[in-house]
Design a protein around this ligand. Structure first.
Ligand code: SAM
Length: 418
């Protein structure tokens, strides 16, 4: 860390710590406006900004308005988050900053003693989790999502087999391993940049967390079926299902966001998939979806959610969500699930998924839906995965847990129309 990097870290934190925009968007905008920053500078600035987000509870306990004291926030991030010794920073420090950092360090025991600063979760979220979880579980969750995530990719089975591709990649990236549960996944613990790699450019590899890959397995789409991906976004799961269907049958990829669907199109082309029809809808009540009423073999609702299972990648999300945004999401999720369920044919499957860990967004939504829709019954995720030789049994629901599975936090329930 040098003085210029510290100055840029402070400057970008002034913006990030208002939590008005996603941190990664603020950073990429900042880098676009500061073209002279080299690779190493960018790395240092991004690492410091993310360290500040991962240690924000402590920063907020020390500073009154962290975004207006962003230099101090950056210094705390370096010491508490990135493990710098005060002596290593000596040449960068201005008058009084050494004493300030010594005082910060002296409060470490105090920070370990409070749930919010230990688990690095805001009070509102802790209160919400305490309704369902013991404090120990909250601590484990908070600590697990404070780690950085590995890079997981999925091998596109239209273009190659996992084991062969893995062997090829290991000569270049010796740390690459097979994902423990997902049959087509490869994990890179040290996160190399793969976006210019030939296997990425030719559509053999697609970046996808192992939890997302498992979710596509759970849908279990078969060749020649009609599948609806109701909240397709940029199509992470659509592409996985398209490959699973060997580019046969038809997937309708709906989303309300034109921009996200636009990102799906080049990805489809790269993956060699032509069995996908992206279609923007106005809302879950759009009359255009009526053509599929009672016709779909499988419907996936990868619902808009709080994203609290993805805090390893998006540590700022917990500060961009609030009890109000969660309550809005709960209404939206139930409404989308209800509308999407009308598309499922008799005997067909409805899969509801989130990347959240909140029971309100997950099992409680399913309980409410089943209560109102007795024509659906719950299937057992453990059994469905076992039938596909995926060795992962989290019970009737799929519940991927960062601490246990080293994936993002995922929830899924599989329902069948009787
Ligand atoms: C969790 S993301 C989907 C991620 C995507 N399935 C993937 O694997 O990349 C949720 C998506 O729901 C979309 N969405 C929000 N409201 C919707 C609605 N009423 N109907 C359909 N999609 C909606 C959002 O635009 C967002 O893309």
């Amino acid at each position: 860390m040098n003085a210029t990097q510290l100055q840029h870290s402070s400057q970008v934190l002034t913006d990030i710590l208002t939590f008005r925009q996603p941190a990664d968007a603020v950073l990429s905008h900042y880098f676009k406006n500061h073209k002279k920053l080299g690779r190493q500078d960018r790395h240092e600035i991004a690492e410091t900004a993310f360290a500040a987000l991962r240690h924000y509870q402590k920063i907020a306990a020390i500073l009154r308005r962290p975004h207006v004291q962003a230099r101090k926030a950056a210094l705390i991030a370096l010491v508490l988050g990135r493990g710098f010794n005060i002596s290593q920073l000596h040449d960068l420090l201005e008058e009084g900053e050494g004493d300030f950092l010594a005082e910060v360090k002296s409060r470490k025991t105090e920070f370990s003693g409070s749930l919010n600063t230990f688990a690095e979760l805001p009070e509102w979220l802790i209160a919400r989790l305490q309704v369902h979880w013991e404090n120990e579980q909250i601590q484990t969750f908070g600590r697990s999502v404070a780690q950085t995530a590995p890079l997981d990719v999925r091998v596109n089975t239209l273009k190659g087999k996992r084991d062969k591709i893995l062997a090829q990649l290991q000569s270049e990236f010796p740390q690459a391993i097979a994902t423990p549960y997902a049959p087509h996944g490869i994990r890179f613990p040290n996160k190399p940049a793969l976006n210019k790699h030939e296997l990425f450019l030719d559509g053999t590899l697609e970046v996808q967390d192992e939890g997302s890959q498992i979710l596509a397995q759970l849908v279990g789409a078969k060749r020649s079926e009609i599948v609806v991906d109701f909240c397709a976004g940029a199509g992470g799961k659509t592409l996985a299902m398209g490959a699973q269907m060997a580019n046969k049958g038809r997937i309708y990829a709906f989303d309300v966001s034109e921009k996200r669907l636009a990102n799906l199109k080049p990805r489809m082309a790269r993956a060699g998939l032509s069995n996908i029809t992206p279609e923007r809808i106005e809302s879950e009540h759009d009359p255009r979806i009526a053509k599929l009423h009672g016709k779909a073999d499988r419907v996936l609702v990868d619902a808009p959610c709080s994203g609290l299972g993805t805090l390893r990648r998006n540590p700022d999300l917990k500060y961009r969500q609030s009890p109000e945004t969660i309550d809005n999401l709960l209404r939206q999720q139930q409404s989308i699930l209800q509308a999407a369920s009308a598309l499922v044919r008799e005997g067909g499957r409805l899969v509801y998924a989130t990347c959240s860990v909140l029971p309100e967004e997950n099992e409680m939504q399913i309980a409410e839906f089943l209560d109102k829709n007795p024509q659906f019954e719950l299937l057992d995720c453990g059994e469905i995965l076992a039938a596909q030789k995926v060795d992962l049994n989290t019970g009737k629901f799929l519940q991927m847990d960062t601490a246990q599975h080293n994936t993002d936090g995922f929830f899924a329930a599989v329902l069948q129309r009787k």
